[in-house]
Design a protein around this ligand. Structure first.
Ligand SMILES: Nc1ncnc2c1ncn2[C@@H]1O[C@H](COP(=O)(O)OP(=O)(O)OP(=O)(O)O)[C@@H](O)[C@H]1O
Ligand SMILES: [Mg+2]
Length: 287
């Protein structure tokens, strides 16, 4: 399928509503595909999140994830996993504690500096949240928009220099052949891999995935987990993944973190966590 630029700079998007022209100049320079340097990491210190209704969903939570490492967070419904992920990417403002990326405390930053510091943090959710009527490639390009704050990008245009990298990210997740296909036609597994490519277009150093395989069949789930594992091992990303499948966690994670009622129960190499310790996370003390 042809997804190259036309002479006018427009991106032909088969089966989509309209073209997706390049925004042109006037945007930030494209960040190179860098990773955390050796020794750099995501470090979360004493993170506490008390919601406005008074519920404390996370208490004194500490975790660190090195470049190249994959950590899986396990815990029952309501144990605070998504709260933790949202605090890291800035969707939640923690009540106390800090989030450091490569030694920079995000809480100490504000405005443009904070926005820039958060760019290397990408979040993938349970639902791929693709724009269904747009092409796969256009959806991947959307991952670049955080770096380009112009009027053109505000109405959905993408700088033309982002298009070839976006194709490379689609290739990385094995779906370049679907670049021109309408996103709404993808299978769940394909859509989730496109969501990973869109996250990669953000050039993340830290990739957070909140139940990325929840709605996938076992084969598709394995594919997405293999992809996340490879992004850690080969590309040096620090990967944090929330799962409800302990067996997948044991197979792919370097470390397992157990959360129970907002508190850390364990943080150990996956090979050192027993099935009993995992089962204990899901026991309801009230029953
Ligand atoms: N905005 C909010 N206001 C008040 N309470 C909230 C809010 N968001 C989450 N909570 C509560 O915080 C607790 C933790 O929620 P969270 O979404 O982090 O759980 P989770 O571990 O991700 O669960 P699941 O496995 O079901 O996704 C829950 O009791 C939830 O009801
Ligand atoms: Mg959740």
């Amino acid at each position: 399928m042809n997804t190259t630029l036309s002479a006018s700079g427009d991106l032909p998007l088969n089966a989509t509503a309209g073209a997706f022209p390049a925004a042109g100049s006037g945007t930030d320079a494209i960040a190179p595909r860098t990773t955390l340097a050796p020794g750099e990491k995501l470090a979360v210190h004493n993170l506490t999140m008390r919601y406005a209704n008074g519920h404390t969903a996370l208490r004194d939570f500490n975790v660190s994830v090195d470049a190249g490492e994959m950590v899986v967070v396990l815990g029952s419904n309501g144990s605070g996993k998504s709260t933790f992920m949202k605090c890291v990417v800035g969707l939640n403002k923690p009540t106390s504690g800090s989030v450091e990326v490569a030694g920079r405390d995000l809480a100490a930053l504000a405005g443009k500096a904070l926005r820039r510091a958060r760019l290397p943090l990408a979040l993938i959710s349970q639902n791929a949240n693709l724009v269904k009527r747009r092409s796969v490639l256009a959806n991947v390009c959307c991952g670049t928009l955080g770096r380009h704050r112009t009027l053109a990008t505000a109405i959905g245009r993408v700088p033309r220099e982002e298009i070839e990298p976006a194709r490379a990210f689609l290739d990385e997740v094995g779906l370049l052949h679907l670049a021109g296909q309408r996103a709404g036609t993808l299978s769940g597994g394909q859509a989730q891999r496109v969501a990973v490519a869109r996250a990669l277009a953000q050039r993340p150093h830290v990739l957070l995935a909140d139940e990325p395989v929840a709605s996938l069949d076992p084969e598709a789930a394995d594919e997405v987990m293999r992809l996340l594992r490879r992004l850690a091992s080969e590309d040096g990303l620090a990967v944090v993944c929330v799962l409800h499948q302990p067996e997948l966690a044991a197979r792919y994670a370097d470390r397992l973190v157990g959360l129970r009622r907002g508190r850390m129960e364990f943080d150990r190499p996956a090979s050192q966590v027993s099935s009993q310790q995992i089962a204990q996370l899901y026991v309801d003390e009230a029953s």
